[in-house]
Design a protein around this ligand. Structure first.
Ligand code: GRF
Length: 208
């Protein structure tokens, strides 16, 4: 049974998509063992509690140093016997110690077609504002393994979404979530849990 930890900071709609995929049997031989948020008011925590999933709030602000926080996060994941870490709207920088320990076992969902509109400062609604500002006709979402950079790890899945003339940042964000994020994140987890992902350098090969 693959033990998954989902790390969140906000609404948790991507977490909900994963919960639903597990409950509907689209992902098998896996469970979400733990949901960790750095924000105690993250609505995603309520989604986890409703699904009977253990939750924890771990904020860098409640530690003497960042190193203490990083250690506490690592220990929490180790004690829970986590096999796969999923970052779903998680806005805390992942320390290199954690990246190393969970190399190719830590995934992130990003609301654009990486490398476009990614990296420092490109997160949440800002991404869609930048997309509209640039006037691109196609955007989408990406699931990738996490490496030492920001949104730079090996790409697992991507899904394109057309930008409409009438879009504003909110309507675009909603459609990217509905048509892309909530589909490719559960699918990436399914592939991982069925040993179908093979990382070769900076590329991920899917062997169904
Ligand atoms: C989503 O746009 C996701 O792509 C980004 O964070 C936003 C909030 O996601 N990583 P959620 O509703 O908290 O899952």
């Amino acid at each position: 049974m693959i033990k998954i930890a989902v790390l969140i900071s906000g609404g948790g709609t991507n977490l909900q998509a994963v919960i639903d995929s597990l409950q509907e049997g689209r992902i098998t031989n896996a469970e979400i063992s733990l949901v960790i948020s750095n924000k105690e008011d993250a609505y995603g925590l309520k989604r986890a509690e409703k699904a009977g999933i253990r939750t924890a709030v771990l904020s860098p602000k409640s530690f003497e140093s960042r190193a203490d926080f990083d250690r506490a996060l690592m220990e929490m994941l180790e004690q829970a016997g986590i096999d796969l870490v999923v970052l779903a709207g998680y806005l805390v920088i992942i320390p290199s110690t954690l990246v190393e320990k969970y190399r190719n076992r830590m995934m992130n969902i990003h609301p654009s077609l990486i490398p476009s509109f990614s990296g420092t400062g490109a997160y949440g609604l800002k991404v869609h504002e930048q997309v509209l500002e640039r006037g691109v006709k196609v955007t989408g979402a990406t699931v990738h393994f996490v490496d030492e950079g920001t949104d730079t790890g090996p790409i697992i899945l991507q899904k394109a979404v057309a930008v409409r003339d009438e879009d504003d940042a909110q309507s675009l964000q909603q459609r990217v979530m509905e048509e892309a994020e909530w589909k490719i994140l559960p699918e990436a987890i399914r592939l991982f849990c069925n040993n179908k992902l093979f990382v070769e350098g900076t590329k991920v090969r899917i062997k169904e």
